[in-house]
Ligand binder design. Structure first.
Ligand SMILES: *Cc1c(COP(=O)(O)O)cnc(C)c1O
Length: 363
């Protein structure tokens, strides 16, 4: 058997037809720059995040960078964040001219909110938590802390659209919250796309300006900025597959539960929590590299996501050392098993049997 880690093909013929029809409609009306599909999509995104407004962006990275710009975060400011993330969230902070302050993780790999207070200095402007692998951070606590200290919260929701706890969604807690719908995410475009959500009308206007070269009315430039507009064709396709999102999340949860039920006691498995959307399914084991090689030699693509903490990346090694012992330990032990929606039950059984075989438990 050959099991890919990720499968971006559109296998469902009905979905294929609907996507192509959406592209055709968009090409026919020809409003390709911030067309009507973008407005419609923004309403849905705001709804999914329990916020009033969404501003479509060309990518998740753009939305993070422009969210911080909209909050006037810049040189001399510090932003508290996690080292357990994709570099985009740290890049956004550094591109603004601000300094990232890394706080260690909890055993569930999200930022440890109890360590945030000691990281706050007079220069701290914001907290940027990342819902890693699709599990919501302790957001109620983080927002309470931020309010107490007068800090902004910017959530990185890239891996966690629709993740929730106690009925509150990822993307609903921060002042501005940032989504990615790049082709690899749980809710995917067929290329790059992102969005920033907020309840603040003034911030919404600023984000709309910042995504359009910093212009007001598309002509007068008020802030030097990027072109970070979401593509109308991608918006049209996102409007089609958003209807499949609940089913996809349901299937991811089902796969995660199957893995945890089957592999508990053999490797360290994630807890199955109702609100987790399982962008990744990550086990931990001391024999990580050997298990990965074994799975690969048996046709199962397992991945280490990510193999490096941000602090270990070439771009960031020169930053002052952070005290992040748990993150430094966990990063050596994580391995992600395939969890995409095209996987069959038979394939899942095979993955489980390979992991068991490696550990000598037999079939
Ligand atoms: C994917 C991702 C991003 C960036 O999104 P892009 O759309 O690829 O720019 C940011 N943060 C995290 C945690 C991500 O997984």
């Amino acid at each position: 058997m050959n099991i890919s880690y990720m499968d971006l093909r559109v296998e469902d013929p009905v979905l294929m037809k609907e996507l192509l029809a959406a592209v055709e409609r968009t090409l026919s009306h020809g409003i390709l720059v911030l067309g009507p599909e973008v407005d419609e999509l923004e309403k849905i995104i705001a709804f999914l995040c329990q916020k009033q407004f969404a501003v479509g962006m060309a990518s998740g990275t753009d939305s993070l960078y422009l969210a911080l710009r909209a909050l006037d975060i810049g040189p001399g400011d510090e932003v508290i964040t996690t080292p357990m993330t994709w570099v985009a969230s740290t890049n956004a902070i550094v591109l603004c001219g601000a300094t990232p302050k890394f706080v260690d993780i909890r055993p569930d790999m999200n930022i440890d909110e109890t360590l945030i207070p000691e990281a706050i200095t007079p220069r701290t402007k914001a907290v940027l938590p990342v819902h890693w692998h699709g599990k919501l951070c302790r957001m109620t606590e983080i927002r309470r802390l931020a309010d107490k200290h007068g800090l902004y919260v910017v959530e990185d929701v890239a891996q966690a659209i629709c993740a929730e706890r106690d009925g509150k969604r990822a993307g609903s807690f921060g002042h501005i919250n940032c989504l990615s719908m790049n082709a690899m995410k749980v809710w995917n475009a067929y290329g790059d796309a992102g969005a920033a959500v907020t309840d603040d009308e003034r911030l919404r206007e600023k984000l709309r300006s910042l995504r359009y070269a910093g212009t007001i009315n598309r002509e007068d430039c008020h802030y030097p900025s990027l072109n970070a507009r979401i593509d109308t064709v991608q918006a049209a396709m996102l409007l089609v597959n958003v209807k499949r999102l609940p089913e996809r999340i349901r299937r991811r949860r089902e796969i995660a539960r199957f893995y945890t039920d089957s592999l508990r006691g053999i490797v360290e498995c994630p807890e199955i929590e109702d609100g987790h959307v399982f962008y990744s399914y990550t086990v931990q084991t001391d024999q990580r590299d050997r298990l990965k090689d074994y799975l690969e030699s048996h046709g199962v693509a397992a991945r280490i996501r990510q193999p490096f903490l941000v602090t270990q990346q070439a771009a960031y090694r020169k930053l002052p050392l952070s005290r992040i012992p748990l993150a430094e330990e966990v990063i050596k032990r994580i391995l992600c098993l395939p969890i995409h929606h095209n996987l069959t039950n038979q394939e899942l059984e095979y993955v489980v049997s390979c992991v068991k075989e490696f550990h000598g438990n037999g079939r």
